[in-house]
Write a protein that binds this ligand. Structure first.
Ligand SMILES: *[C@@H]1O[C@H](CO)[C@@H](O)[C@H](O)[C@H]1NC(C)=O
Ligand SMILES: CC(=O)N[C@H]1CO[C@H](CO)[C@@H](O)[C@@H]1O
Length: 340
């Protein structure tokens, strides 16, 4: 994530958020790791935020809620316990969110519901190649389909928030900069069509590419919202162990990441909240690298394809990935996609 200046200047910018109207955030994967760090920082920096977070571990969630009651008693912090590997659960999460917001004073209908920050952070890894209940590769579900589905289902509320001082943005925390699709995506997108089934590392790189393409497509379709694909390159104590081993391996190999090794959770939280609230990233698609640079594969190309050819190829890919999402998520049991 971008250094955006010294920690002192980032923090000083963040302290100004206290004067904003109460922000609303939904953090999928908030019971530990980066999601939990974002929650803590929002509690610290904003006035009466409403924070909804999703995970599987109720014990961890209750600890976060208890901490919030002390650090920011005016905040509303609500936990939704769901497994996001089941696509139908994303609809339940969206419904729970709406129901909670409708109880807030001054919110009388869905038209009044605004979502400023939607975060999905990867906190787990799943080397299993056993398909999920929706018959999909687990890595592709957690890194791609369920994330895009959450955007699809919550889009109107992001749109409503886009005109507020904080705006609306989506932070998908994964591995921007490590895009490496297995296939030329014009011929095959869904890795479940390939035999033998590819391993989860292949799936992870592939899903990273799908995510970056979707951020680009979404930013074209919804120019009022910011879409950030972040690679936190988190190599600090605490959440280091929760990262997928391949990410840890990459992190250790890549020199530019070294600046983060000694970075504490406080700093990561401040920088992420800055990315979620600054003017620069308010709209558009951003692929933010752990060394802080926006090393964008839109510029670097793929397998030697560059320039105009690469622009064309990516446009073809985006169209394919868009259709694949609609077909795949749309046909999952219990999923009712919004038109987009
Ligand atoms: C749930 O969270 C608690 C508290 O952080 C932790 O001790 C426990 O190991 C977690 N359980 C699982 C199944 O991850
Ligand atoms: C919801 C989703 O699409 N992906 C990830 C979001 O965060 C959770 C918890 O960290 C992960 O398990 C999901 O893989």
């Amino acid at each position: 994530m971008a250094p955006q200046g010294s920690l002192a200047s980032v923090t000083s910018e963040n302290t100004k958020l206290i004067s904003l109207p109460p922000p609303v955030a939904l953090i999928i994967g908030g019971t530990s790791g980066i999601g939990a760090i974002i929650i803590r920082t929002l509690l610290l920096r904003t006035t009466a935020p409403r924070i909804y977070f999703v995970g599987r571990n109720r014990t961890a969630a209750e600890a976060i809620i208890a901490e919030a009651a002390k650090t920011n008693p005016a905040a509303k912090v609500v936990f939704f316990q769901y497994d996001v590997y089941v696509l139908a659960n994303l609809g339940r999460i969206a419904a729970d969110f709406v129901q909670e917001e409708l109880q807030v004073e001054g919110i009388n209908s869905e038209q009044d519901i605004k979502l400023n920050i939607l975060v999905n952070s990867t906190g787990t890894f799943n080397p299993s190649t056993t398909p999920t209940v929706d018959n999909l590769q687990p890595e592709l579900v957690s890194r791609h389909y369920s994330r895009i589905l959450s955007i699809n289902l919550l889009l109107p509320y992001l749109q409503h928030a886009s005109t507020t001082p904080l705006g609306a943005r989506v932070l998908t925390i994964q591995a921007a900069g490590q895009e490496n699709p297995k296939n030329d995506l014009t011929s095959a997108i869904n890795l479940r069509d390939i035999t033998p089934r590819p391993g989860f590392v292949t799936c992870a790189f592939h899903a990273t590419a799908l995510q970056s393409l979707m951020m680009e497509e979404l930013a074209i379709r919804y120019p009022e919202i910011g879409f950030l694909h972040l690679n936190p390159g988190v190599v600090f104590t605490g959440i280091f162990r929760e990262l997928p081993w391949w990410m840890r391996m990459l992190a250790t190999l890549a020199k530019p990441l070294m600046w983060l090794i000694s970075t504490g959770e406080t700093e990561v939280g401040e920088r992420l909240v800055r990315l979620a609230s600054d003017e620069e990233h308010r709209t558009g698609a951003w692929l933010v690298m752990p060394d802080g640079k926006e090393k964008d594969w839109r510029k670097t190309g793929w397998k030697g394809i560059k320039g105009e050819e690469w622009e064309k190829k990516r446009a073809e890919w985006r169209a394919k990935v868009w259709v694949d999402f609609k077909e795949t998520a749309g046909s999952a049991e219990g999923v009712q996609l919004r038109d987009w």
